[in-house]
Design a protein around this ligand. Sequence first.
Ligand code: UD1
Ligand code: CA
Length: 459
Amino acid sequence: MATTVIILAAGQGKRMRSAHPKVLQPLGGEPLLAHVLAAARALRPRELRVVHGHGGEAVQAAFAGQPVAWFHQAEQRGTGHAVRQGLPGLPADDVALILYGDVPLIRAETLRRLVARARRGELALLTAEFADPKGYGRILRGERGRITGIVEEKDATPDQRRLREGNTGLLACPASHLARWIRRLKANNAQGEYYLTDIVGLAAKEGVPVAGILAPDVEEVFGVNDRRQLAEAERILQRRRAGELLDAGVTLADPGHLIVRGRVRCGRDVFIDAGVILEGDVTLGDGVRIGPWSLVRDATLGAGTVVHSHSVIEAGRIGEGCEIGPYARVRPDVELADGAKLGNFVEIKKSVIGRGSKVNHLTYIGDATIGAAVNVGAGTITCNYDGANKHRTVIGDGAFIGSGVELVAPVEIGAGATIGAGSTITKAAPAGALTVARARQATIPGWQRPVKAKKGAGH
Ligand code: UD1
Ligand code: CA
């Protein structure tokens, strides 16, 4: 039996006070809806349907190219009405799984349990024991704990409001039942809406078994309506991700102060200090250490590499046993061979640094190819931009660049060349030789410092 997933995502999310649709608000670096889609995709459904409304074009654009079928709900007339928009062409022998675009922390394992019950012909509801069920529909149970209905808080009696088992809204059932029940919904309630939850009463009347599946933890069904809840969801997600890294054998100096906005793969004995942010696709080899308050994005760091505090890696392939920072900035398209070193206040962009080469202090390297065992002195700058075009600098193996050198690209420094400190290099410097390009030092004999003119004297 194939599964069709219908994700309700038409709500405006007024309480976010945002110009953007709620389901595009970022959680762990990705839109809320992306998390729901990922959980749904893990079930390998026949089709993923999203019912969108407010800001629909922006929502569709954010997921362009992904296998999602879009259904528009022009007016928000309730969850039952929203599901109806997603029904056209739904194969009768599918199982339908209803998810919410703003319940992003749901796990695929829990959804599988719902789908399994629906495959047996049941209506499976995901419920949860809330410490404070405020705002949720309450699950009504009759004799032998059988579910007889769901009452919305606004329609509930004081006794019903005291029930702590709440409706998460997520459910699964045979598609044929769903289509029939949805057609029968009426909007005769406190909010004048078509309540999806009324299908429970219809199922009970028809004798279709209603199964309540209790969510393993409340965090999974946490809904995001405002910025406070978005922040809370972020904390839950980050705690989960930190837990996964700890389980995988990573040492975290403070799991509460690590942010992961992407996918991280780690070797053995990796150490991550407090305040680190990992983004995009990050791979950390065995024994890698990331110092405090560093950002690492879309990068591969080889075994034994150390990133010292306050460094920013915006993308790069870093070899084994490299050292970066503190206070270094690695911009995109950078490759460091094994054992290379970038020290403090070094910025590097679109460059290759050879094995064991050192760029240790206050330097800008852009559009350069640097060989092995090169030493770049403090304050060296590649002048790669002429105001219109970028040009390359090539430095051969074993070259020694003195401090404060300006390399005006395009320019080439031969292998084993030495460049005198303070040189402005505009032409190729030959291999194995000392090249100096600076004014000679002179001492002017008898020179006197000017003295301040006396007030009133002269002029
Ligand atoms: C719904 C349930 C309630 C449950 C709660 C859990 C109903 C009648 N009530 O309440 O029992 O405890 O969820 O959070 O189903 N949506 C649309 N179109 C609409 C209305 C809603 O797409 O016309 C989407 C929203 O974007 C959201 C989801 O459906 O993702 C839930 O809508 P919401 O208005 O938050 O439902 P509640 O009334 O809070
Ligand atoms: Ca809600």
